[in-house]
Design a protein around this ligand. Structure first.
Ligand code: SF4
Length: 342
């Protein structure tokens, strides 16, 4: 059965509720929303919901109201009540199904969770970013790994759906540390995850380090390679990776000074994952007989890669010498099968 993507009505509260600026962050550039949005009121939320509701289309679509771009549970409690309270009439009349919001791990405890549930919040996204203490420190996150674990334990005791955001390429990160962090996070069992490569955004602390030559962003190739190793760690635990790479936007593109940005970054990662899978399958078989490698037709362009790069690399390694590649319309995406050719 096909799942219908929820219709998300987004409200941005850039940097609000945050105790300071994390080194990589400049929410105004990332979201395109300015300090003027700091004045988002309950009335604005109600007007915004009314406008957005006219665009839902399919009545079977679940409607979610989202508060993104800051640390919602760090806002003054009166303001939280005002914003969440503004959504309640729409929940009561069945036009909106639930609320989702993002916050920091150190701004979650059992009292906060109880408060959120009273206001029909159902999804909480935690900005984990890293599970390496040195990286957290160098990124000026202001929280510890232990606080992340406590936040998850607290959320797991409730019926809230838990999202997690993880970054790669932060200062002080090592290859071992990033893979280890992904394993620790997978063991904490979020319901879904977003993975973001670190970009140098104008006006951020990282931009200053970069300009002084004290921070070197990941190359595109390295960022893609790391994400292609991390994603399967979550897949193994049945954790959905709902996004890899920042949502492309013109306002974001104008503000990027450096770093592995590509509007179709997630697709580059998919291509690398398929390449890695194909390479290890083909390496393991003895190619004395004619073989056939089948790939889902829907993955054809991703499997081939830009300008047929993946196919050329496999051929360059001599791995396609006795192998015919066939694209199968009935095959599930992201699967590969190697069989003797009949
Ligand atoms: S990364 Fe999150 S907690 Fe840090 S400044 Fe940005 S919005 Fe606030």
């Amino acid at each position: 059965m096909r799942t219908i993507t929820p219709f998300v009505i987004p409200f941005f509260i850039p940097h609000q509720g945050c105790p300071h600026h994390c080194i990589f962050c400049n929410q105004q550039s990332i979201t395109g929303f300015t300090a003027a949005d700091a004045s988002l009121t309950g009335q604005d939320v109600q007007a915004g919901i009314t406008t957005w509701l006219s665009r839902v289309g399919n009545p079977e679509r679940q409607v979610q109201v989202a508060f993104y771009g800051g640390s919602f549970t760090g806002l003054d409690r009166r303001r939280q009540k005002e914003l969440l309270g503004a959504v309640q009439p729409f929940i009561e009349n069945g036009k909106v199904n639930c609320i989702r919001l993002s916050t920091r791990p150190d701004y979650i405890n059992s009292e906060i969770v109880t408060f959120l549930l009273q206001y029909h919040v159902r999804i909480v996204e935690i900005g984990v970013q890293s599970l390496d203490p040195d990286v957290l420190l160098a990124s000026h996150r202001g929280h510890t790994v232990d606080q992340v674990k406590k936040a998850f334990a607290c959320l797991h005791r409730s019926e809230l759906i838990i999202g997690a955001q993880l970054m790669i390429g932060l200062p002080e990160e090592t290859s071992k540390g990033v893979l280890n962090g992904a394993r620790i996070l997978a063991a904490m069992q979020p319901d879904f995850i977003r993975i973001y490569p670190t970009l140098v955004i104008r006006g951020s602390g990282l931009a200053r380090l970069y300009q002084l030559g004290l921070y070197h962003p990941l190359s595109m190739n390295r960022a893609v390679a790391i994400c292609a190793r991390i994603k399967p760690i979550f897949a193994k635990e049945n954790i959905r990776v709902v996004r890899v790479g920042l949502q492309p936007s013109l306002s974001l593109e104008k503000e990027i000074l450096a770093g592995p940005y590509h509007p179709a970054f997630g697709e580059l990662v998919q291509a690398r994952m398929l390449f890695n899978k194909a390479r290890s399958l083909l390496f393991r078989v003895r190619q004395e007989k004619e073989m056939e490698l089948t790939v889902a037709s829907a993955d054809q362009s991703v499997f081939r890669g830009k300008k047929n790069r993946n196919m050329n690399r496999l051929a360059g390694l001599g791995l396609l010498d006795k192998v015919t590649v066939r694209f199968d319309p009935n095959q599930t995406r992201q699967t590969l099968y190697l069989r003797e050719k009949r």
